[in-house]
Structures are given as C-alpha cells and as structure tokens.
Design a protein around this ligand. Structure first.
Ligand code: HAM
Length: 427
C-alpha cells in the first residue's frame, strides 16, 4: 500500500527538532510574563464570516488563502489564518467592556493556502501579542520594543525594523483617492496583477514585487503627505521615542500590510537571512476593528511572529536537549521490581530518569546509556537486589574520575546527598 503523505505545506515536528522549538517558546513565555502579558487560547476553527469581515474580503488572505468548508450542520467554517480577529471575537463575547485594557498573547497553528516554499507553509505557527484598549502612542512604542527585545533576547542578528503610518480612516480615504487617480493615469503600464488590484485593493499595489511597477510607483503620491496634523504628530512621537530607545528603524512609505484592519502604525521586522520570505514579525494598530466586529469603540495594537521563521533564524545553542541524569539498568525479576520503584522515587526528586526495560545483557544496556549521553547509571543486578542496595556511578567522560557508590534502597538521605554532590546542585 502507498504510504500516507503529509498534505502539501504541512510538516511533522519531530522530537529532535522540538528541542529548539521548546527552548525558544520558553524564553518567549518568560519575556511575556515579565511584561505582564497574559495568555489567551481561542479555537482554531471559527465562523468564516469572522475573517471575511475582520481581515477584509479583498485581501489575499481572505480571497485566496483560507481553508474554508461546510460542517455537517451546513455552517461555513474556516481554519484560522491569523489570531487577531479571533482574539477580538473572544473579548467581545466574554464582556470586553468589563475590563477595557488587556495585554494578551497567544501561540499556535494558523492556516493559509499559499504556495509552499522555504519559510512559507500552509500550516504554520505564530505567537502574537495584542494590547487591547491602549490608545497612547506610547503603547505603539511598547509593542514595537516588546517584539524587538524578544528577537534580541533570542540572539537574532541583522534585523531591520520598518515602520509606516497609515493614518486614520479619513487620511487613508484621501490618500486612496489620490493614489487611484495616479494608478488610472498609469494603468496601461502596470503589471497585470496590479491592474486587477486597482479597483479591488489598490493599496496592496504598493507591495508589488514587479520591477517595472516598482519603477512607476516611484512617482506615486506617498501616504505620509496625506496624514492630518494629529496623525502626523502621533507618527513623529513614535519615531522620536524609538530613537530615544535606540531601536534602529527605517521608514517605509510603501508598507501597508496585507490585512485591512490597520490604522496609524504599521510595522514589520525582516531579516536578510530568510530569503524571499523575509518578514519574521508583522504588526500594527487596529483602532476600528473591535467596533467593526460588534464591540465598543476600542483602540488596539499588536503583532505576530512566525515561529518557523524564528526557528530558522535562531542559533544552534537552542538545539541542546537536557541530558538524562540517571539511566537505570537492571536484570533479574526482583532487581527489575526494585528498579521501577527507584525510578519513581528519582522522578519525584526531579531527577531526569530513563528506565531500561529491555531485560537484555548489562553490556547492551550500558551501550544505550552511553548513546543517550546519560550523566550517571544506576545498576541493580541479582546481587544488589538480594542486598537491597544499588550501585550509582557517574557515567559521562566529562566527569574525569569515576565516582561510584553503593546505597541501600531505604537510604534516601545518602541518595540525595550523592545526587547533590555529583549531579545536581539545585536539588
Ligand atoms: P501577518 O503579517 O499576516 O500578520 O503574519 C505575521 C507573521 O506570520 C509573518 O511575519 C510571518 O512571520 C508569519 N507567517 C505568515 N504567513 C506565513 C506562512 N504561510 N508560513 C510561515 N509563516 C507565516 C498577522 O497575522 C497579524 N494578525 C499580526 C497582528 C497582530 N497585527 C496586529 N496584531
């Protein structure tokens, strides 16, 4: 029979790869708890309309990339392509008005039907942060610095932060009018993809990768010239504060992002080491989304980082697994009984313990301990079982002298003392 294949663009993450994932996830979670950001978990499956309304019908994500199907009750469901719309829905459903300001994070799989390539999957993972109810420009700076500092903490080098302001709804409307006029004038010179976008989602043309269109856009009106005084002041304050914090950034007037909900600040962090899928982090302000989704008028800002891209960028130091503290070998039925009893005791003591249940020769069991790079072995043979004791011995070569000791099964004091002196000072 043919083997089952993974669906295109989906991957297994094997135990050896997961070490890096878990080490990185742990650092992220610690950073977030230090920033007093709380976790939220929302369903992976949502009503389709949540995303069509929230992200925008004419965006690529909604019009081309969603995994949408009818469930058995004939309801249209979608596997979440991102986390922001779901967080907003969860807050509205659970009484957002009761607690107007919240700092939230989430982590988990997202789904987009895109053409898979390095750094781009159909099932990928994001960790995201949303600050709900925060209006001041200082929250924009806090969210940008939070993303920046997490990436720095993980030791990721050569990152570029790009920022832009999309202004308020009115600023954007004015800009769109001028920009559409410009596009109409140059329509015949645009590439065919951009031509299709002129009526549907003109702002996305700013994102084009087509070289000729990029050339034409050099003459296009720029967003920042259409910001009203208030929007412009806000944008300038953010730039000033970022300079004060010595967070390097570039302004990119063409940065509009692929989702419709953004207002004012939009930002991305990219890395040259990622090839064509260079964006590791994307975010921005979305002051109108919560009202649009049926909640009270509530300002908000957030970002999301793609974990697969982060894993590509993070160094080898995150690939080290914790070693087995004790590898327990035993032979003979009474010895094997004692072995499982001792294993349970060691695990209660917070010792990473691997029990060999193979019942094969001691030499084969030792070979396995060696392969695992275990720090120590405990040996229980017939003789030890009769004497109600075991032999514990440092195993790894890096511990130059081979310290070993015979300890009685009942002597917990001696056991802990030995473990503390030889293996784990932290006990
Ligand atoms: P986004 O820019 O669509 O924003 O996605 C954020 C990040 O998710 C990207 O920068 C990238 O690292 C990762 N990503 C996106 N698509 C894929 C893919 N197909 N394969 C691998 N990684 C991918 C959002 O999703 C917004 N919800 C961010 C946000 C939160 N804005 C405000 N709050």
């Amino acid at each position: 029979m043919d083997k089952f294949k993974n669906l295109r663009g989906t991957f297994d993450i094997l135990p050896s790869q997961l070490v890096k994932w878990q080490n990185i996830e742990n650092i992220i979670k610690i950073q977030l708890s230090r920033s007093f950001v709380k976790e939220i978990r929302t369903p992976i499956l949502e009503m389709t309309e949540l995303f069509t309304r929230g992200i925008g019908e004419n965006t690529d994500v909604v019009s081309k990339e969603m995994y949408t199907f009818k469930d058995r009750g004939d309801r249209s469901c979608t596997l979440r392509p991102e986390g922001t719309a779901s967080v907003v829905r969860a807050l509205i459903n659970n009484g957002l008005s009761v607690k107007p300001q919240q700092k939230l994070w989430y982590m988990g799989p997202m789904f987009r039907y895109e053409r898979p390539q390095a750094g781009r999957q159909r099932q990928f993972h994001q960790f995201g942060v949303e600050f709900i109810g925060y209006k001041s420009y200082r929250s924009d700076v806090e969210i940008i610095s939070l993303a920046w500092d997490i990436l720095q903490r993980l030791g990721i080098k050569h990152l570029n932060l790009e920022i832009n302001s999309l202004g308020n709804t009115n600023d954007r409307k004015n800009y769109q009018q001028a920009f559409t006029k410009f596009l109409d004038k140059n329509y015949s010179s645009l590439d065919s993809d951009s031509q299709k976008r002129v009526n549907k989602n003109p702002m996305r043309i700013l994102d084009t990768k087509n070289k000729d269109t990029i050339q034409i856009l050099k003459e296009a009106p720029i967003l920042v010239d259409f910001l009203c005084d208030e929007s412009l002041e806000r944008y300038c304050q953010i730039k000033e504060q970022l300079k004060f914090l010595k967070i390097p950034f570039e302004e990119n007037y063409k940065l509009v992002r692929g989702l419709d909900y953004y207002t004012h600040t939009a930002f991305e962090i990219t890395s040259g080491a990622l090839g064509s899928q260079a964006t590791v982090c994307g975010g921005g302000r979305y002051d109108n989304l919560i009202k649009l989704m049926g909640g009270n008028e509530t300002p908000a800002i957030g970002f999301a980082i793609g974990l697969e891209r982060l894993i590509i960028l993070a160094g080898k130091e995150y690939e080290n697994d914790r070693l087995v503290d004790v590898y327990l070998v035993s032979k003979g039925s009474s010895a094997e009984n004692y072995a499982i009893q001792l294993t349970r005791k060691l695990r209660k003591l917070n010792i990473i313990t691997e029990l060999d249940t193979s019942g094969t020769s001691f030499s084969k069991q030792f070979k396995k301990a060696n392969k695992l790079n275990a720090k120590s072995v405990i040996v229980i043979g017939e003789e030890e079982a009769t004497k109600k004791e075991f032999l514990i011995r440092l195993f790894n070569d890096q511990y130059k002298e081979n310290k070993e000791k015979r300890i009685s099964f009942d002597d917990d004091y001696e056991l802990v003392k030995w473990l503390k002196t030889n293996l784990r000072e932290d006990l």
